[in-house]
Structures are given as C-alpha cells and as structure tokens.
Ligand binder design. Structure first.
Ligand code: RTP
Ligand code: MG
Length: 148
C-alpha cells in the first residue's frame, strides 16, 4: 500500500474546509494513518518547498504557507500519490475541473487550499519532514475488505 503526504493549507483552515477535505479523502477509501495541526516555521517551509527556491513565487509561497496553521496528514491506499493529486486537481484552481478540491474551492494559484506529494519519492521525503515514525499509526479497518 502506498503512502502520501497531504496538507490542508492555511487558507483551507481559515475557510473552514478542514472537515470537508478530510471527508473527501476518507470517503474515497484512503486511510488516515497520521494527522495533526501545526504552524509551519520559515525553516520548515524552506525545506518543504526547497525545489522552488529561486523561483519568483518562492517568497510569496513561504509567506502563504507560514501565515497560519495547517492540517498535516499521511494517507494510505492503492496509488495514494496519484489518487490524491487527481482528487486535488492541477496547481491553478481556475484550470482545475469543477469536481476536484481545487476546482471546487479555489480561485487563485497562490491560495490553492491543499497540498499533496507529487511522487512516491517526494512523499517519503515529506512524510519524514513532518512526522516522526511513532506518529504514523499502523492499524486495520474492517472496511478495507470491502474496498479491495
Ligand atoms: P503543492 O506542492 O503546494 O502541492 O502544489 P503543486 O505541486 O500543485 O505545485 P508546485 O509546482 O509544487 O508549486 C508549489 C506551490 O507554489 C505556488 N505556485 N505559484 N506561477 C505561480 O505563481 C506559482 N506556481 C506555483 C502554488 O501555491 C503551488 O501550490
Ligand atoms: Mg508540489
């Protein structure tokens, strides 16, 4: 089973979308194996978005992601990385299909509500960046047998 790192960004928290977004992933069949709220420091933002350092949107991006609390989680399921990315829609909410999270709830590329790892390798890196191993819970759900 694959794991991915998902984060409801500060605008999602401020706009009361936490329950709605988690609910979508839960209903899809993804399993929550870690979950917490945190305030991202400048240093953590630098590390999380390191690949974008030097780009024109980097500074506003760090300002945005550190501007208020986020809700961080690890989701587990078949093809979890791609599944979450498909459910989120593309980076620019105006280009995202209406049924996707960004397409439903977003209006601006700089306020796009949610983050999901873009590959299994970045998922592993981001999970380790945001969660200690003991914060990730392995457990069985009876519903799993009705999903797969
Ligand atoms: P994320 O990492 O936040 O899940 O978003 P993503 O993979 O869909 O997009 P990415 O290319 O990784 O960009 C990270 C975040 O930077 C902001 N951004 N602004 N041209 C722009 O103004 C621009 N491009 C990217 C977005 O907030 C994006 O989520
Ligand atoms: Mg990205």
């Amino acid at each position: 089973m694959e794991r991915t790192y998902v984060m409801i960004k500060p605008d999602g928290v401020q706009r009361n979308l936490v329950g709605e977004i988690i609910s979508r992933f839960e209903k899809k069949g993804l399993k929550i194996v870690a979950l917490k709220m945190l305030q991202i420091s400048r240093e953590l933002a630098d590390r999380h978005y390191g690949e974008h350092k030097g780009k024109p949107f980097f500074e506003p991006l760090v300002q945005y992601i550190t501007s208020g609390p986020v809700v961080a989680m690890v989701l587990e399921g078949k093809d979890a990385v791609t599944t979450v990315r498909d459910m989120m829609g593309p980076t620019n909410p105006l280009k995202a299909a209406p049924g996707t999270i960004r397409g439903t709830f977003g209006m601006d590329i700089g306020r796009n509500v949610v983050h999901g790892s873009d590959a299994p390798e970045s998922a592993a890196r981001e999970i380790a960046l945001f969660f200690a191993p003991e914060e990730i819970i392995e457990y069985n759900k009876n519903v799993d047998t009705w999903l797969y």
